[in-house]
Design a protein around this ligand. Sequence first.
Ligand SMILES: CC(C)(C)S(=O)(=O)N[C@@H](Cc1ccccc1)C(=O)N[C@@H](Cc1c[nH]c[nH+]1)C(=O)N[C@@H](CC1CCCCC1)C(O)(O)C(F)(F)C(=O)NCCN1CCOCC1
Length: 331
Amino acid sequence: DTGSAAAVPIDPRFDIAYVTPVTIGTPPQTLQLDFDTGSSDLWVFSSHTPTSQIRGQEIYTPDKSTTSKLLDGHTWSITYGDGSASRGNVYTDNFTVGGLAVASQAIQCAQQVSSSFTTEESIDGLLGLGFSTLNTVNPASQLTFFDNAKSKLGSPVFTADLKNKQAGTYDFGFIDKAKYTGEITYVPVNPDPGYWTFTSSGYAVGSGNFSGSPITGIADTGTSLVYLPTAIVTAYYRQVQGATNSRNYGGYVFPCSATLPPFTFGVGETKFTIPASYMSYAPVTDGSSTCFGGLQSSSGIGVNIWGDVALKAAFVVFNGANPPTLGWATK
Ligand SMILES: CC(C)(C)S(=O)(=O)N[C@@H](Cc1ccccc1)C(=O)N[C@@H](Cc1c[nH]c[nH+]1)C(=O)N[C@@H](CC1CCCCC1)C(O)(O)C(F)(F)C(=O)NCCN1CCOCC1
């Protein structure tokens, strides 16, 4: 079997996140989930979420599904890097993504979500595509959709083709040659503690020389920006007139009128260039002439993160074979 579904930016102005339609239960209930390779919980706004915490999101109502089953005594609780959090109980039910079906997928129903989830009306929940070791369900951790689907897939892979300010695609079980150019460069993945961790072969700022220093980080579709070591980030913003590291805004900002250099990163012998237009994330507040950079320092995070700003510049194969690998191709 295979599956293919659109990854739609939640905001047409800047790519903060992407959502993908999924169906849950019988008859099918459609929700828009944020596919996140940086976590491994599949959780949804639900009939168990207090109405005071719901603001326009679609919800999953297990009682309306003839195939839902309560996973008795199981609970979950997750906190993300940006401090947002959610927790609740667990059902199993039929689940499909782009025509690919899993019979009894663990569906984590939110009984509590933090305010940043309530205010993000376009996200009805998350679909974790990290390794199942990161799943937070107690007393028995649950498998991700990808791990449940793997045995039905022609090839144990999913691919991310995220795009700038337009809909991209998540494919499951096959690699679409029409979505990339040249050859796919595969690199090893360290699946501990549960992220798609790989090592980039180096970077260049603008037309500067390529520095071949290895950068270990995670490929994370659920993170908007790129977070790299401070030395790389300061080298980049040294080339941006008026750039400063703002404590007030929590990162590098610059005049929106500034000329930005592109940023190149290596995977094996292949070079990927993030165009300057991706490197300006958004005005710090609506209408401001100060813009927040798409490249920020990872020093406060503890891990380097290749988020959407970088992933949009490539076609990425998440190969769930044993051992897992990551494939990168230009497009
Ligand atoms: C708007 C912005 C300034 C660019 S932002 O940084 O706030 N963007 C958010 C994503 C977002 C989307 C839509 C609306 C609002 C926010 C962002 O990039 N958040 C990262 C920031 C970060 C990462 N690290 C440090 N800071 C994050 O938490 N991403 C997680 C998924 C997000 C969570 C909020 C809602 C959207 C999806 C993540 O899963 O990708 C993660 F990997 F960063 C993470 O936190 N993974 C949780 C890993 N745990 C380990 C223990 O076991 C359980 C799982």
